[in-house]
Write a protein that binds this ligand. Structure first.
Ligand code: ADP
Ligand code: MG
Length: 159
């Protein structure tokens, strides 16, 4: 588990951008955390880090956006999708097989499907209005990239 604190929106965006450097095709990043904790902000940085030129917007009403970059980024918002079948219908697995990276807000809904292979990032409020606590929990398939992940995030692992 890697823990860090971001102070301000730009710091969360930068964290996403740095974390993107260790991502590979087919990776799944599940973002967990309440409204306003910085999930979309993080995705903006992640997409930037993967060379996507288009600005990321929240996919709440469309459920899914794809951005083209060094790797394609499929940005999903699973808010209100409760059943695994609804998530299956989004064809996320096909996107992953096609070499994209999947990053999902309200990612807890996808944990039954992707949890075992995902990088789970949990956001919560920090000690001030503009701080957020961020916990990065890589599944065992990221084991070979842990050092790179820590270096990218810029903090030591704990826990
Ligand atoms: P979510 O997608 O989790 O609902 P957003 O990224 O859309 O959250 O919004 C986060 C809001 O919190 C933005 O208005 C942003 O300016 C503000 N904010 C304040 N501090 C931070 C921080 N450290 N990281 C991310 N967002 C922050
Ligand atoms: Mg959001």
């Amino acid at each position: 588990m890697i823990r860090t604190v971001t102070r301000g929106e730009d710091a969360t965006r930068s964290l996403g951008c740095r974390l993107a450097q260790v991502l590979e095709e087919g990776d799944v990043v599940l973002l967990v955390g309440g409204l306003g904790t910085g999930k979309t902000t993080f995705v903006k940085g992640l997409a930037e880090g993967l060379g996507c030129a288009e600005e990321v917007t929240s996919p709440t009403f469309t459920i899914c956006h794809t951005y083209s970059g060094r790797l394609d980024v499929v940005h999903a918002d699973l808010w209100r999708l409760e059943r695994v079948n609804e998530i299956r219908d989004l064809a996320l697995e096909e996107a992953l097989e096609g070499g994209a990276v999947l990053v999902a807000e309200w990612g807890e809904a996808a944990e039954p499907m992707f949890g075992a292979e995902a990088l789970v990032v949990r956001f919560s409020e920090g000690d001030s209005e503009d701080s957020r606590e961020v916990e990065i929990d890589p599944s065992p398939i990221f084991e070979g990239r842990l050092g790179a992940l820590e270096a990218a995030v810029g903090v030591g692992a704990s826990g």
